[in-house]
Design a binder for this molecule. Structure first.
Ligand code: ZN
Length: 266
């Protein structure tokens, strides 16, 4: 009834104009859709390794669960970290730099997988100026790492962490486009909610522990950022104490495939 009354107010010419505009819009939408599809084809051609089937493994999580993550390895420190994790029966996720996947690095990464840990993508070069120059330069770099993974392990991880996280002066100009792009390709992104600050300034064993234990209680399903780079000796030194306290506080360790993706909301 309302529609009929409204229609009655329109002249035939006005009605024709509206129908024409609707048709125009539909056509414009179809053209846009075609462009998007064409772009996707080009992307697949240019970056053939860049797709994954990222899916969170659904499982009821313990009330106190913690997700340890180590960035920038593998290195000799990863070996020490793996020894400690084994000793305390804990697991972790390692965000790997492609340039560290030397013959030795591959062995270490393989050991991590065999011992129940998880690997994630952290770019090939980790050079902020290059990778964040544009979405394309990021993808070119990321594609190299993906290819390495495929070559060594048969597939590339479906999870990633941006070097420096998803908020910095380097990434900010392209971050929305980049996040969207990786999501469309099936990758799941993870920043952190607790940082040991073990690669910033001049950390000490005490500062690393304090950074973790001052904030962890206020975080739900905390993701802890630490490093296993060649210069993260201190992290490897202090890890037993961190694990002892986490265990004493009642935390269970899990790898990131059980947690929903998390990128900084800012
Ligand atoms: Zn990093």
């Amino acid at each position: 009834m309302v529609a009929a009354l409204l229609l009655a107010n329109f002249s035939i010419t006005e009605w024709t104009k509206i129908t024409a505009r609707q048709a125009e819009r539909k056509e414009a939408q179809a053209v846009l859709q075609e462009q998007v599809m064409a772009e996707n084809v080009t992307m697949e051609r240019d970056y053939p390794n860049l797709h994954a089937k990222g899916k969170v493994t659904k499982q009821d999580l313990p009330e106190k669960v913690v997700f340890l993550t180590f960035d920038d390895g593998p290195s000799r420190n990863t070996v020490r970290i793996l020894d400690t994790l084994k000793e305390y029966n804990a697991c972790a996720t390692f965000f790997v730099i492609g340039e560290n996947l030397t013959e030795e690095g591959v062995k270490i990464a393989r050991r991590a997988l065999e011992e129940g840990h998880m690997l994630g993508m952290h770019t090939e070069t980790h050079r902020y100026e290059t990778i964040y120059h544009s979405v394309d330069s990021f993808l070119t770099d990321y594609d190299k790492l993906a290819a390495r993974f495929v070559e060594e392990f048969g597939e590339c991880p479906a999870i990633y962490r941006f070097p420096g996280g998803s908020y910095s002066n380097y990434i900010n100009p392209i971050k929305e486009e980049l996040k969207e792009n990786l999501q469309q390709r099936g990758f799941l992104g993870y920043d952190w909610t607790v940082s040991g600050e073990d690669s910033v300034g001049t950390p000490t064993a005490t500062s690393i522990k304090n950074n973790i234990f001052d904030t962890i209680a206020s975080r739900e399903r905390p993701i802890i950022l630490l490093h296993d780079s060649p210069c993260s000796n201190l992290t490897a030194d202090v890890l037993p104490e961190i694990l002892e306290k986490l265990i004493a506080d009642g935390y269970t360790f899990m790898t990131l495939q059980y947690r929903e993706p998390y990128l900084f909301p800012w």
